[in-house]
Write a protein that binds this ligand. Structure first.
Ligand SMILES: NC(=O)c1ccc[n+]([C@@H]2O[C@H](COP(=O)([O-])OP(=O)(O)OC[C@H]3O[C@@H](n4cnc5c(N)ncnc54)[C@H](OP(=O)(O)O)[C@@H]3O)[C@@H](O)[C@H]2O)c1
Length: 345
């Protein structure tokens, strides 16, 4: 029987607990396909799982990483709509197909509870894959949209849709934020990006960000955002900080604006117990986002394919233990802008 290299993590050892194993290459069942993985993309989630700081359930010895792009190499006899040679990507949660997030979807998040994609081959249900269009994008760029693409799409279009002319605030320059910048620009929104680094802000400008604010040199960054918007505030905030940033988000959101609560990068304690009162005073919608459904990922792929959009990939590492550990540590360091990938080719 042929074998493949699979990486699993011993959680008590943190990122250094990622180790290689040789395991059988599985075969596709009647409703499944075998996928040869060409690229995987990291999310902050993968770092949080590896360092035991993730806010949702995890499983020891799991295969890390949810996001991959690959090529179908074997098709089960009852599979419809996928053929050998098709490019595919999965949503983060196999059972979250469409509509709102439901109780129980946590049980099969790839790379946290269910085995993820840090391996050469994976068998998946054909219904849990999105077929890629012919395009100039490579496997790394498609892997980069699985989690962050569907999450940002859910934030912008899963409830009240983003409109041309809206102003969007994107916190930081990581994967979620830079994906948000690409989508918000394509939607005709005015964009404001915050970052700890002027160099990263210059990169965001090169991607088309209309305004930038350094939150280190402007610790009261909400004041800057209000100045930029002539005191009106922004219509939509991609909230990546969480507890440590939401107070200022509430300061610079416009009346009836939307805060998409996505990240937990800044878990600073609440400074004042009444900090949520502005949410009431301004009739703000604070909407928790749990990734995106397979249907939303399909919409992302169609949109990106038709509009020729790509999410920036900062760096691509190799598929060996040393490089994989380095890739995780690079994302943990926060030095990246946009996405970080691991290539298996
Ligand atoms: N709810 C969901 O479904 C969902 C889906 C995807 C991601 N997430 C979460 O969203 C967050 C972002 O994920 P990611 O993959 O984009 O992470 P990432 O690529 O690792 O981005 C990290 C970047 O965020 C910025 N940042 C850190 N602290 C900040 C703060 N206090 N204010 C503003 N920016 C800050 C930094 O950028 P600068 O150096 O430019 O400041 C940092 O480099 C994470 O907490 C992740 O777990 C949630």
């Amino acid at each position: 029987m042929s074998t493949q290299t699979v990486f699993r993590i011993t959680l008590k050892d943190g990122i250094d607990g990622i180790r290689a194993f040789q395991e059988p290459i599985p075969s596709a069942g009647p409703y499944e396909v075998l996928v040869k993985i060409h690229s995987v993309a990291l999310n902050y989630r993968d770092i949080a799982i590896a360092t035991s700081t993730y806010i949702l359930p995890t499983r020891d010895h799991v295969i890390p990483i949810s996001d991959m792009a690959g090529e179908v190499v074997q098709v089960g006899e009852r599979v419809d709509g996928l053929a050998v040679g098709d490019g595919v990507i999965p949503p983060v949660i196999a059972s979250y197909m469409y509509g709102g997030f439901k109780q129980g979807h946590d049980d099969d998040g790839y790379g946290s509870v269910a085995d993820g994609m840090l391996r050469e081959y994976v068998v998946l249900p054909a219904t849990a894959l999105v077929k890629l269009p012919q395009s100039s994008l490579g496997f790394a760029q498609w892997a980069a949209v699985c989690g962050t693409g569907s999450t940002v799409w859910n934030a912008f279009y899963g409830n009240t849709a983003l409109k041309p002319g809206d102003t969007v605030l994107l916190q930081g320059t990581g994967g979620v934020s830079m994906t948000g910048l690409v989508f918000a620009k394509a939607a005709g929104a005015t964009t404001i990006v915050t970052s700890s680094s002027d160099e990263k802000l210059a990169f965001a400008k090169s991607l088309g960000a209309h305004h930038t604010v350094n939150y280190k040199t402007h610790p009261n960054w909400a004041t800057e955002v209000l100045r930029i918007t002539d005191g009106q505030g922004v219509d939509h905030i991609i909230e990546n900080g969480g507890l440590g940033t939401i107070e200022q988000s509430l300061e610079c959101i416009t009346a009836s604006g939307i805060i998409s609560l996505i990240g937990f990068l800044d878990m600073a304690e609440q400074k004042q117990p009444n900090m949520l009162i502005p949410a009431i005073a301004k009739a703000v919608t604070i909407r928790g986002i749990r990734g995106g459904s397979k249907h939303q990922l399909e919409e992302v792929v169609r949109y990106m394919g038709k509009r020729g959009l790509a999410v920036p990939v900062d760096k691509t590492f190799g598929f060996n233990r040393e490089e994989i550990v380095a890739a995780f540590k690079y994302v943990a360091s926060g030095k990246h802008v946009g996405k970080v990938c691991i290539s298996l080719d």
